[in-house]
Design a protein around this ligand. Structure first.
Ligand SMILES: NC(=O)c1ccc[n+]([C@@H]2O[C@H](COP(=O)([O-])OP(=O)(O)OC[C@H]3O[C@@H](n4cnc5c(N)ncnc54)[C@H](O)[C@@H]3O)[C@@H](O)[C@H]2O)c1
Length: 355
């Protein structure tokens, strides 16, 4: 056997979760159960918020989109996600958002998991939204307006159903084909689905208003006069400089809850407000050190942009399922020379024709 044909050693191998394995895992666990499980991991990590390394994500903007790196560490594990956002992509048969990510051992720096994260981002975003709504939405909220019926929309709906007891969703999208796709996907999911012709119709009777549109501009998906008291707004799509969904007047009438202020002030709805505008950090609501909803008439707003710790939690959840399910490939990712300092020797021994 030529040295280059040698099977990689154990130390060279990193578990890799492909899209196919991720989908098998989701079906094995159940999509609602898995989002509930991920929400539990995210909530646990929000309880440990203060010990994490935190930084606004590193964004590289172009005229058509953004590519971002999202790192964090809890001191034992390090994680990052690569993610893009390109609203024009769907017209070219590509997705707006794709992602992959990694967990590594802080002690050695060795990667422990590489995973697809396009599916996982949809699950973690929805799990975060529902976990937050559980803390902030009015008591007994069971109807949601879902404005923007693209890739994230079914996940958002089912996480709210699993975690908050949502019974009815009212769909609106500027593109009726997206709404019909979403309604068809939700048809057998044990939730009432209402197709609406306008955003005004979608928010009728809804206590949770989710905006999840994609447009590279300051859009006004909800105008000030559309939003009455006693609702929870779950604003997902405003997540980049110059990309927002809500009229500024709504922000001024709401109590605003955010993941990590230094990132949200750059990317979230609150980029429309002065830099020192008061906001509440969600981890403080979850740990009981700050108030969440304090009255029935209050408007609570989750100004979601997506933070690295949520991806870290989702990767931790996936890693904890690997042993029991075997749903991964062992990837030959790390060079493992016999003598750690003889990387060149390893290369030479692998030369073609080297017996
Ligand atoms: N906050 C987070 O953590 C997070 C995570 C993932 C994605 N996102 C953001 O969520 C948004 C949705 O992502 P996606 O993957 O579902 O995108 P998508 O392109 O699949 O779907 C977006 C939908 O919005 C619709 N839309 C655009 N303008 C609209 C308008 N004015 N009114 C109603 N509908 C409109 C489009 O027709 C499309 O169906 C994106 O902006 C994305 O960047 C945020």
């Amino acid at each position: 056997m030529k040295p280059s044909d040698k099977a990689p050693s154990e130390k060279a191998l990193v578990p890799f979760v492909s899209v196919d394995h991720m989908m098998q895992l989701i079906h094995h666990i159940g999509v609602e159960e898995m989002m509930s499980g991920i929400a539990g991991y995210i909530e646990d990590d929000f309880h440990r918020w203060e010990l994490f390394d935190k930084t606004p994500r590193v964004a590289s903007h172009s005229e058509v989109g953004v590519i971002e790196l999202m790192p964090t560490s809890d001191g034992e594990m390090y994680g990052f996600k690569y993610v893009n956002g390109h609203p024009k992509n769907t017209k070219e048969g590509l997705q707006t958002v794709t992602a992959f990510g990694l967990l590594a051992n802080v002690e050695t720096g060795y990667p422990m998991l590489l995973s697809e994260m396009t599916m996982l981002t949809a699950l973690r975003t929805a799990a975060t939204s529902a976990m937050v709504a559980k803390h902030l939405a009015p008591k007994g909220a069971d109807t949601m307006a879902m404005i923007g019926n693209g890739a994230q929309s079914e996940f958002q709906t089912l996480a709210m159903k699993a975690i908050c007891g949502l019974k009815s969703v009212r769909l609106y999208d500027i593109d009726l084909a997206a709404t019909e796709k979403c309604a068809a996907n939700l048809a057998a999911q044990d939730i009432k689905v209402v197709i609406c012709k306008t955003p005004e119709e979608a928010i009728e009777g809804a206590q949770i208003l989710t905006t999840c549109t994609a447009d590279k501009q300051n859009a006004t998906i909800l105008s000030d006069n559309m939003v009455g008291s006693g609702v929870h707004i779950n604003a997902i799509g405003g997540d980049c400089p110059g990309k927002t969904e809500l009229a500024a007047g709504i922000l001024q009438r709401s109590d605003i809850f955010v993941e990590y202020p230094p990132q949200t002030r750059i990317e979230g709805e609150i980029q429309q407000l002065p830099e020192d505008y008061p906001v509440t950090e969600l981890w403080q609501v979850i740990t009981g050190t700050a108030a969440g909803r304090t009255s029935e008439r209050q408007i609570t707003l989750f100004d979601s942009v997506g933070f690295a710790i949520e991806d870290f939690s989702a990767l931790r959840y996936v890693r904890d399922q690997l042993e029991a399910t075997g749903l991964y490939h062992a990837l030959d990712l790390l060079a493992d020379p016999d003598d750690p300092r003889d990387l060149f020797g390893m290369l030479q021994r692998a030369a073609p024709g080297n017996a």
